[in-house]
Design a protein around this ligand. Structure first.
Ligand SMILES: Cc1cc2nc3c(=O)[nH]c(=O)nc-3n(C[C@H](O)[C@H](O)[C@H](O)COP(=O)(O)O)c2cc1C
Length: 183
């Protein structure tokens, strides 16, 4: 796929199913993140690949977080939260590990976010569907440690990957509101 065409045709998938990416495809997708601009070459990206039962661990952690925040939520709400990670056969948790020093934290997080977009585009080029999710659980220290991350890490994305069942729509966009004339 030609790069510019890929950039302009990317959209989040609406529904995914098995099979997920092969291990070779996963390597290609994660390596794409490492090509993102990285001020100071700090390599802030960290990946946790969740497949099979490992997704249920995340679902359980998400349901527990919801219960902590909303103790009166219904069993149906908890089940819905628990089931979220099962919407894709593969989830890559993409996190930023911050190196204290002269490079501002926001720039290190920006590098990881740029990396996520590279991963999105790599998946697109491979014909693999992707969705970028976060939600409250992404910001909870307990969820991070359960996933093997450090509590201070920033989860930038739960990148859901799989076979496209329902593709997303490429919504036409205009530069009009984004483009500001310099004074
Ligand atoms: C940092 C970040 C977090 C996001 N978190 C969520 C999320 O938790 N749930 C969700 O439905 N969409 C989330 N999105 C948005 C979607 O991934 C998607 O990009 C958006 O709906 C626009 O659709 P498109 O990618 O097809 O253009 C997030 C996007 C970003 C950049």
């Amino acid at each position: 796929m030609e790069l510019i065409e890929g950039l302009h045709s990317r959209a989040s998938a609406l529904k995914l199913s098995a099979p997920g990416p092969t291990s070779e495809q996963l390597k290609t997708i994660m390596s794409a993140a490492l090509r993102a601009p990285d001020h100071g070459r700090l390599k802030p990206w960290r990946f946790v690949v969740l497949e099979g039962d490992a997704r249920a661990k995340l679902g359980e952690a998400m349901a527990q977080m919801l219960h902590k925040k909303a103790p009166h939520c219904s069993d149906a709400q908890l089940d819905a939260e628990r089931g979220k990670p099962m919407r894709a056969p593969t989830i890559i948790v993409v996190a930023a590990r911050i190196m204290k020093g002269k490079i501002p934290e926001i720039e290190q997080i920006a590098s990881v976010a740029a990396g996520v977009q590279n991963m999105f585009l790599a998946a697109h080029a491979l014909g693999i569907g992707a969705m970028w999710k976060t939600g409250g659980a992404a910001y909870e220290a307990e969820v991070k440690t359960r996933l093997g991350l450090q509590p201070e890490d920033h989860i930038v994305a739960f990148l859901y990957l799989g076979t496209i069942v329902t593709p997303g729509t490429v919504v036409p966009i205009s530069l009009d509101t984004a483009l500001i004339q310099a004074k």
